[in-house]
Ligand binder design. Structure first.
Ligand SMILES: [Mg+2]
Length: 416
């Protein structure tokens, strides 16, 4: 029996498509989305790509081009994107047996049945239910499914890779175009004379392993159509939860950092509760400006928690202590963040050491907080923030409304 094929579904220009969903007047027109703090371009519509605007280019550099081509610009609106992302994957999970989410807008899945038929069915289901255009690539391996998906995007939105033709054309495909190859690894392959996919396919596997390690061998196998990067059979709960962000301006104030860290703790802990997990470890990071004399300052510290927890109050206390240890007066900090790791499923009885009464009180407060904040799509109830400085927060000057996540901004459709 031949092993099952792997599909990759990828949303087209995801952030742009999310914005267009509520602004259909922008379909076919140039649209771009900026990073938080409106720093640089993080998503482009096809029209913007055709104009020649690159990914990651700073906003201020292209203000003229934006005006000249009448490009519509949005700030990143992550609550909206996350919400639509969840919808995409829930449709996929209802249509397919094995789905492995890979990023906010991509998921691998197992093809069961006729490949074209399955690809078409899932594409149609997502587009109909969510309204976001998607592309589907199908191939024997994850790495080739990525290749197939790129081709799908350039054609009708579906591409089933023919491995015979793939091998014939492998000479013309640079290794640098392949998923996972880039930067240092690209350079290392080049140094050993491997430029194209064909070069790697023809190399002796033992030599490949010796030169590039297990990663090189895996890549060779995957490109040859032998699947070694398996699909995760079940939805794998996340291994860690993180929240971090750069500040629009550097700060030397401890109180501002404390405000930022407590914001991140509240968000990460709410994510943890939504996934029914507890964290055993907490990491706090504060980072100085990359440019300048302070690059080596600041830092990161991880602590193992006394008891795995999802309790915002407990995490805030620990995080504050870590921050105060890390903080150095006079250093211009540019970023703060937290990571909750060592995750285990909640409800395993780990909390028995706690004072049950207090825990119960925290849990019911947190349940109310989560419900309200989720409904509003932003923090209406804050825990542990005594400051309202928000000096470090994103300047979302052109943010689209929270169409799907905030009641007050939900679109009203008038049926005639
Ligand atoms: Mg995409």
């Amino acid at each position: 029996m031949t092993p099952p094929l792997i599909g990759l579904l990828d949303c087209n220009n995801f952030f742009v498509s999310c914005e267009r969903l509520f602004r259909p007047d922008l379909i076919g027109k140039p649209v771009l989305v900026l990073s938080s703090n409106d720093g640089c371009v993080v998503a482009r519509s096809q029209e913007v790509k055709d104009i020649g605007v690159s990914m990651g280019v700073p906003y201020f550099q292209i203000k003229d081009i934006i005006q000249k081509h009448d490009i519509t610009v949005f700030s990143s609106h992550f609550a909206l994107y996350r919400d639509l992302s969840r919808r995409v994957f829930s449709v996929m999970r209802s249509e397919l047996e094995v789905v492995e989410q890979y990023s906010i807008d991509e998921a691998f899945f197992r093809i069961e049945g006729e490949p074209l038929e399955v690809a078409f069915r899932v594409k149609l289901a997502v587009e109909k239910a969510v309204g976001i255009p998607v592309s589907v690539g199908v191939a024997p391996t994850k790495t080739l499914a990525k290749v197939a998906n790129d081709r799908a995007k350039k054609s009708a939105g579906i591409h089933v890779l023919d491995t015979v033709i793939w091998r014939e054309r492998a000479k013309k495909v640079p290794l640098a175009q392949i998923w996972g190859v880039g930067g240092k690894s690209e350079l290392r392959y080049k140094q050993h004379g491997l430029q194209s996919v064909a070069d790697l396919l023809q190399a002796d596997p033992a030599r490949v392993t010796k030169l590039f390690g297990i990663g090189g061998w895996r890549l060779q196998q995957e490109l040859a159509g032998i699947s070694v990067l398996s699909l995760q059979q079940k939805h794998d709960p996340q291994r860690s939860v993180m929240s971090s962000r750069s500040f629009p301006k550097t700060t030397t104030e401890r109180s501002v950092l404390a405000d930022a860290v407590s914001y991140h703790i509240r968000h990460a802990a709410a994510d943890l509760r939504a996934q029914a997990q507890l964290a055993a470890r907490l990491t706090v990071t504060i980072r100085p400006n990359r440019h300048g004399d302070f690059i080596l300052r600041g830092g990161t510290k991880e602590v193992v928690l006394a008891v795995p927890t999802d309790d915002t109050f407990v995490l805030l206390e620990v995080a504050k202590n870590i921050l105060f240890e890390l903080y150095e007066a006079g250093v211009p900090y540019k970023k703060a963040g937290v990571v909750l790791s060592g995750l285990i499923p909640a409800g395993g009885g780990e909390q028995s050491l706690f004072d049950q009464a207090e825990l119960g009180r925290h849990n019911s407060i947190l349940a109310v907080v989560d419900r309200l904040n989720k409904r509003e799509g932003k923090e209406v109830l804050l825990i542990g923030s005594r400051l309202s400085t928000h000096k470090w927060q994103a300047l979302a000057e052109v943010c689209s409304p929270a169409y799907t996540t905030r009641w007050r901004e939900i679109v009203t459709v008038n049926a005639k």
